[in-house]
Design a protein around this ligand. Structure first.
Ligand code: IMP
Ligand code: MG
Length: 178
């Protein structure tokens, strides 16, 4: 299969503005809290790196890796923790950073798992939301853009591990190679 970008969905400059706006809201909401940001590897790294620089508060970061998808664009429904946090989140104000919420299976599993560690609070911030594909009820507390049911890449998001470094978000078009 050969994959290529069929069109740009969200331009670099629009992303920059949106991330600034999210950072401002988070800065306002987390005054005097003990902000602990968790990035979900690998898709969230670009978004997280930009977002934390728009948050004018002391904060900690840590990462988790989960597997919910194989090398295809279909969900398996199976969520496994491949890398856990290095730190205890008990009594911290935890904000999960995710690239995209699709079926919601990954985040609903993660929320339940993290809640059992008794943080002071737990919220979710996603760059993209595909509400049409939801299998479990979950609304992100902060979200950049709602997008239609199309497979997107760039700004951290991949198709078979490719395209994560694109500075914009694009729709990917896959076709059989010649
Ligand atoms: P969920 O459990 O179905 O909500 O899956 C969320 C995960 O699926 C994200 O962290 C992405 O890794 C992946 N994913 C879902 N939709 C897309 C997409 O359009 N492009 C790239 N990855 C996606
Ligand atoms: Mg992912």
């Amino acid at each position: 299969m050969v994959a290529e970008i069929s069109r740009v969905l969200i331009k670099e400059e629009e992303i920059r503005q949106k991330v600034k706006e999210l950072g401002k809201r988070i800065t306002y909401d987390y005054q005097n809290k003990d902000l602990f940001v968790i990035g979900i590897l690998k898709g969230s790294v670009v978004f997280l790196a930009d977002l934390i620089r728009e948050i004018s508060l002391p904060l900690e970061i840590d990462f988790m890796a989960v597997s919910s998808y194989g090398a295809t664009t279909h969900t398996s429904g199976v969520v496994r923790i491949m890398k856990d946090l290095d730190t205890d989140i008990n009594n911290k104000d935890v904000l999960i950073i995710e690239d995209i919420i699709d079926t919601g299976l990954t985040l609903s599993y993660l929320k339940e798992n993290l809640l059992s560690r008794e943080p002071a609070s737990l919220k979710v911030c996603t760059m993209l939301d595909k509400p049409d594909r939801r299998k479990v009820q979950l609304i992100p507390d902060y979200n950049g853009y709602e997008i239609p049911d199309e497979f997107v890449v760039g700004y951290g998001l991949d198709y078979n591990q490719n395209f994560r470094n694109l500075p914009y978000i694009g729709v990917v078009n896959t076709r059989a190679s010649a």
